[in-house]
Design a protein around this ligand. Structure first.
Ligand code: GLN
Length: 287
């Protein structure tokens, strides 16, 4: 009990440190279960900046005229989401833009949804994916990853005022997960032990909504994403039972493919970590 309380306090403290004073973007909340996330307009092709970055691979610095298709999630704030002015923004969106500018490559960002983004890369319909995607050993069998640009663990979240305070309280109940995510894998790994059922959703806002309306009693989501949404007013809370293992986020390409894109991403990430741009982007969304 004490431990849970302590982790709740810690979690609350982290929320405050990580997400105090964000912008006042509406927490995404589609009206119904079947609400597809609002179609986001992919930003127009990013113009090649033509900067010769120091660490760029010699054979492809400045790009070769190719427009890379990069897949992402639809709504996964603060990593990708539509802001109050309906611009598609976020840590992933800005990091990719800064890295492409640094390396001088051109891309088109396609917000397909998380599971769909991974499938698009696997099937060769997209060249890369940046979607708050956790680097896991299982995924390394299908994807090549960049270095990590963020770390996140999975948390359980419930509707505000819910009596569900721990995994034990999930017994005999149904929880919501997002298809193909770490949160889903974690929920599945403990479902039998705690005796709960699982329903899957293809996007985070629909999953939250299902919990808020009480169809399901909890969901499993990446901690910083849940914290951000709660801070933005989502009617949910994190009771404190969290999976503490932190998984790094990386940019990914299909295994063995697009090596030049991956090395440009790597080089650009290293450059923007060095020149302060990376910190600037992170603090834009997490201050
Ligand atoms: N980080 C989680 C994963 O990789 C969730 C990503 C997401 O929902 N966009 O599974």
């Amino acid at each position: 009990m004490k431990k849970k309380f302590l982790s709740a306090v810690l979690a609350a403290a982290m929320v405050l440190t990580m997400t105090a004073c964000g912008n006042d973007t509406q927490a995404p909340a589609p009206e119904a279960d079947n609400a597809a996330p609002a179609q986001t307009e992919a930003p127009a092709e990013t113009e090649s900046a033509g900067d010769e970055a120091e660490a760029a691979p010699a054979d492809n610095a400045g790009g070769d005229g190719k427009t890379y298709i990069i897949a992402t999630d639809t709504v996964f704030a603060p990593f990708e989401f539509n802001d109050a002015s309906n611009n598609f923004v976020g840590i992933d969106v800005d990091l990719l833009a800064a890295i492409a500018e640094d390396q001088g490559f051109t891309y088109e960002l396609q917000p397909l949804g998380f599971d769909a983004a991974l499938l698009a890369v696997e099937s060769g319909q997209a060249d890369g994916v940046i979607a708050g995607m956790s680097i896991t050993d299982e995924r390394k069998e299908k994807f090549d990853f960049s270095d990590s640009y963020y770390d996140a663990g999975v948390t359980m979240a419930v509707a505000k005022g819910s009596e569900v305070a721990s995994f034990e309280d999930l017994s005999g109940k149904t929880v919501a997960v997002k298809t193909g995510t770490n949160g889903s894998a974690f929920a599945k790994s403990i479902a039998e032990e705690y005796g709960f059922e699982i329903v899957e959703f293809s996007d985070s806002p629909t999953m939250y909504q299902d919990v808020i309306t009480g169809n399901t009693v909890a969901c499993f989501e990446d901690y910083p994403v849940m914290a951000y949404n709660i801070q933005q007013g989502a009617g949910m809370e994190m009771p404190g039972d969290v999976n503490e293992s932190q998984t790094p986020y990386g940019f990914a390409v299909k295994k063995g493919q697009n090596a030049e894109l991956l090395s440009m991403f790597q080089a650009g990430l290293a450059n923007i970590k060095e020149n302060g741009k990376y910190d600037e982007i992170i603090s834009t969304y997490t201050k």
